[in-house]
Write a protein that binds this ligand. Sequence first.
Ligand SMILES: O=P(O)(O)O[C@H]1O[C@H](CO)[C@@H](O)[C@H]1O
Length: 309
Amino acid sequence: MGKESIATSFADSLAAIRSKLPETLQNPQVGIICGSGLSGLVGSFRETVIIKYEDIPGFSTSTVLGHRSELAFGLLGDGLGVPVVAMLGRFHCYEGHSLPSVVYPVRLMAKLGIKDLIITNAAGSLNPSIPVGTIVVIQDHLALPNLTGMNPLLGLKTSPNLPRFLPLSDAYSPALRRLAFLAAHKLQLPDEALAEGTYAWVSGPTYETPAEGRFLRTIGADVVGMSTVPEVVTGREEGLNVMVLSLVTNFVVIPESYRSIREEVHSELAGKKITPPEVQVVSHEEVLSIGKEKADVMRRLVECVVSTI
Ligand SMILES: O=P(O)(O)O[C@H]1O[C@H](CO)[C@@H](O)[C@H]1O
């Protein structure tokens, strides 16, 4: 899309959205992106208005199970509540969406006036000390696609006011991350419920091979997923404070050693049968099931953070 048609598209999207919102929800302060199976957060909203993605010009729709394709507006948190907008479902490149489409909603939320962006996702753990069920407050990322030509900021700037070269050494807001740990304390979550770590972005849709998992772990990633980084990068370009909460839904399969077919055949030929180890595989059903189990903790955490922003 050229610069002019993007601008027209934003204007059309904004007009369609604003025409459906009451005065109290016209100026959301916080944007939230709900990861796989984590859209239950909307249950805590008051005065909720839901707009289907298909009714917003310029928006795509999500094709992934656990992503609802709806934009939710409402008041969240104690007292009068903070006006927020939440994406109940996101877009991933592996669905065939272009990077500009994936990050379109982030730019739109920035144009709606949000200052803070809270992103949630489901992710696989690469770190043995970060078990399934942990929520990881992301402190940094490793994005091989960004480094090799799949950066959401490649190409013409969508506005002359945006920086050409964006520093990312401060991408994950320390102030918001502090609020996450303080919220966990306030909610009396056990210490181990929240960890800190580095997120690796891969394009998907394949889960990692053992060698890829080992590689990502070796280069410093704690968790891995197929989303989020394009949203973070774009959010930072738009001047937003960004926080990412990754729910660990599975361990990435990294066996200590490979099953040796050579040894099995040689043993068999020598009259000794070796029982092969069971092969573990990850599935999206497993990801969604842990998401369902932990959705409530994520919901309470995000609500508490939003109340204290
Ligand atoms: O990152 P979210 O959208 O939460 O989803 C994660 O779960 C899916 C794989 O099970 C992938 O889309 C991965 O990125």
